[in-house]
Design a binder for this molecule. Structure first.
Ligand SMILES: [Zn+2]
Ligand SMILES: [Zn+2]
Ligand SMILES: [Zn+2]
Length: 159
């Protein structure tokens, strides 16, 4: 695999060859960065690219530090965007890098279909757990009375 074209998003230097941690994780460090084992801290550029995490790098930038965001799915199926510089220091049991995390909620997409009950537009909703449904755009939730408002039409799309 050609790794030479990978550039550090923080300082634009090429990344080093992949290395493996004691715990079996693969990572690539920035060539301007070095791990000082005695001081237990990174020297120089702190960018680390984890190679065997299931994260997908996004084109969006972290609002906190400007590094690319990655999309990660937790074991329970929740999706979140987090900063690609974020990591976990197992030895010291502390989070490293940038703490930015954004949990993704339901996504709502407008459809060109009309509701069979009230003729308003339908929307397609994808929940964080991946379930899909069509529902009426007039549907809402009254937080005060804890009850649904508007049209009650729902069509689940997952079989
Ligand atoms: Zn760098
Ligand atoms: Zn960040
Ligand atoms: Zn409706």
């Amino acid at each position: 695999m050609p790794s030479t074209q990978d550039l550090c998003p923080l300082c634009n230097s090429p990344l080093k060859e992949p290395e493996e941690t004691k715990t079996g994780k693969k990572l690539q460090r920035c060539s301007k960065g070095e791990w000082d084992a005695n001081a237990r801290q990174a020297v120089g550029c702190t960018y680390v690219k984890w190679l065997n995490s299931p994260a997908e790098t996004l084109k969006e930038m972290c609002p906190t530090c400007g590094a690319p965001l990655v999309l990660q799915t937790t074991r329970s199926g929740k999706k979140m965007k987090k900063c690609s510089t974020a990591g976990w220091d197992r030895e010291n049991r502390v989070a490293t890098g940038c703490p930015y995390v954004e949990w993704l909620g339901n996504t709502v997409e407008e459809l060109n279909e009309t509701c069979p009950l009230c003729d308003n537009k339908l929307v397609k909703v994808t929940t964080t757990s991946g379930k899909k449904m069509k529902k009426c755009s007039t549907a809402g939730w009254n937080a005060e009375f804890r009850e649904p408002t508007g049209c009650t039409y729902i069509e689940w799309l997952n079989s």
